[in-house]
Design a protein around this ligand. Sequence first.
Ligand code: UFG
Length: 341
Amino acid sequence: MSPMTVLVTGGAGFIGSHTCVELLEHGHEVVVVDDHSNSAPEALERVAKIAGRPVTAYRADLRDRSALDAVFKAHPVDAVIHFAAKKAVGESVEIPVTYYDINVGGTTALLSAMQAHGVHRLVFSSSCSIYGDATKVPLTETDPAAPTNPYASTKWICEQLLADMCRRLPELSVLALRYFNPVGAHPCGLLGEDPRGIPNNIMPYLAQVAVGRRERLSVFGDDYPTPDGTGVRDYIHVMDVAEGHRCALEHLDDEKGMRVFNLGTGVGSSVLDLVNAFARACGRPVPYEVTGRRAGDVAELVADPRAVAAAWGWTAKRDLGVMCRDAWRFQELNPSGYAAG
Ligand code: UFG
């Protein structure tokens, strides 16, 4: 396909930065908008280093409409990939208004700017968490949405908003990608997941325990109706997710309107499976203790990944061992994350 200019919101974040590398390596121009509320500008330096090409970046909150207008005016944007959002389930239960404000308000601001500047192509970062407390796995895209926490609700509301827009504006092409649990890192060890403060998600927490920054992992509940009682998730390598986004860009023009796809592997792993796989990857035991369940969590989320495979021929290629190996390599080479720069 011919190269596009792609506006990537949240491009300095975990999935965003890996996607920027993938796009740059495939000849696309990348323009990042990120407020760095949960990301480091250093990540973009490393993106440029890996890809061997510069990244144009703006520090802005999406709800700042004049800042967004200036970006659209300065660049001939062909498509937008919208990652920028808050994404911690537990935190979203504590501060729901902030989640709605940033995740839904950021999306409405972006959509109105896209409309104003005649941009019709969008890839939206959705989440498996919208399926809620699934009564069966694997989950297909036609299974009902039933969010169990404010984070998931914001993603579901954005999907509905996009569907409404597509009904109204026939020129739009929108792909909502429901990621399962993205983990891992770029195999070169320069780029990875480096959340601000105490990690909410399990993989960066495990990595910080393994490197000695934290004492032990808290396993949030071992009384779920799963084989070992701990939560089961479909972990997917962030490189696979990044490649999925490049593929999405290439397929945006296949059809007008809104399409929704799961991005997962179809393989479920429990918290203890992940702890054991990580211990193998780093060559040392990772201390943990079982504590109570986390508010808003569900027992099991595993994708049926066949729809996207049938549509684009895309499947996830990397297994749990590779995910842990790469997450560990990033942590080992960057024990304090990007801070040491
Ligand atoms: N968990 C622990 N201890 C921790 C953190 C998590 O036991 O310290 C457990 C959780 O209970 C869950 C599993 O590990 O069973 C995964 O939890 P994460 O917080 O890593 O991820 P979630 O399944 O809660 O998923 C959320 C969002 C996804 C998003 C994902 C990664 O719902 O959309 O975080 O950001 F992709």
